[in-house]
Design a protein around this ligand. Structure first.
Ligand SMILES: NC(=O)c1ccc[n+]([C@@H]2O[C@H](COP(=O)([O-])OP(=O)(O)OC[C@H]3O[C@@H](n4cnc5c(N)ncnc54)[C@H](OP(=O)(O)O)[C@@H]3O)[C@@H](O)[C@H]2O)c1
Length: 291
């Protein structure tokens, strides 16, 4: 089995020869883009899927369209009652070999808020925080958490702005998206510290640049993808890094690392700041207690 993969490797290639029979994988955003391809390939290798989407209908439809063995579960990340209900439902579905926190939204043109929190931060980070912390005890002893971050975390040039979780101070679409993706890195880092040497791991990934529904909120979507054409990956290559980090046997002990193109990659400085990661964890915990 090859252990050298890169930008053009596909999710099928990084799992070639792997038999996932008897394993179970939770994937958020299973109905679209990279999440859908992740489900397809994990199922192709024999994995059982717990597919999460905003509604059970969307999740069930995605799984049945792919012929994937598994269960669809409703989980609207903007609605913590829905997220907590998903945790309860999933808790009856047996041990999890991996959680791939993949759902996300990008670059909302104007400030929108959920419970007073900037909406990208809420969906991409807060919703996943409640979901993943609610399910960690259900991971197998070697279970893996993979957080979808982005190279766009570099746009968070003001860092986490913990004093501006509302986004009201000087809102900028890409900076806000970048901050939410920095939060995904810091959450994975905190989880990794908590896991220590238990055998469980948490890592984060940049999947590359892939034309998906993620661009739906970008005002000049066509222009953006035209300008990025030289960088674009196929959906298959886009899903490779998360599938690789979730499943590859060579990564069993890799914990707290950020990957891009199936390769460990350095984040911006804030992504390596353990005090900031701890502060974000505390702030998020306090925030969700009140909702
Ligand atoms: N594509 C890229 O170039 C790129 C680059 C870097 C990072 N990423 C990251 O990769 C991940 C997957 O992106 P993608 O490109 O596959 O995008 P996508 O095709 O738009 O898929 C995003 C998924 O997230 C779901 N979602 C959004 N808001 C949700 C909510 N409130 N509750 C539950 N589910 C919600 C969407 O559901 P609906 O279909 O119902 O809206 C969809 O299933 C994201 O985290 C993104 O930040 C992507």
């Amino acid at each position: 089995m090859s252990t050298t993969f890169g930008a053009t490797s596909t999710a099928e290639e990084v799992t070639e020869g792997l038999d996932l029979t008897g394993t179970t994988w939770l994937v958020t955003g299973c109905n679209s883009g990279l999440g859908n391809e992740t489900v397809r390939v994990l199922a192709l290798r024999g994995g059982r899927i717990i597919g999460l989407a905003r509604t059970k209908e969307k999740a069930d439809h995605a799984l049945s369209a792919l012929g994937a063995d598994g269960v669809g579960v409703a989980c609207d990340l903007e609605d913590l009652a829905s997220v907590r209900a998903a945790v309860t439902t999933v808790s009856g579905l047996g041990p999890l070999d991996g959680i791939i926190a993949n759902a996300g939204i990008m670059a909302l043109p104007k400030l929108e808020q959920v419970h007073g929190i900037e909406r990208q931060l809420f969906t991409n980070h807060v919703g996943h925080f409640v979901l993943v912390t609610g399910l960690v005890d259900q991971l197998t002893p070697t279970g893996r958490v993979v957080m979808l971050s982005s190279g766009a975390h570099h746009y968070a040039e003001r860092g986490m702005e913990l004093d501006n979780l509302s986004g009201e101070t000087d809102y900028a679409p890409w900076r806000a998206y970048g901050r939410s993706k920095l939060a995904n890195i810091l959450f994975a880092r905190s989880l990794a510290h908590r896991f220590g040497t238990t055998g469980r791991t948490a890592n984060s990934v940049h999947p590359g640049v892939i034309e998906t529904n993620l661009g739906r909120h970008v005002e000049d979507r066509e222009g953006m993808y035209d300008r990025l054409r030289h960088l674009l990956k196929s959906i298959g290559a886009g899903a490779a890094t998360q599938v690789y980090v979730a499943t590859h046997p060579s990564l069993a002990e890799v914990n707290g690392v950020y990957f891009s193109d199936c390769t460990p990659t350095e984040t911006r400085a804030e992504g390596r700041d353990d005090d900031l990661a701890a502060a974000l964890w505390t702030a998020t915990e306090e925030l969700v207690q009140g909702i």
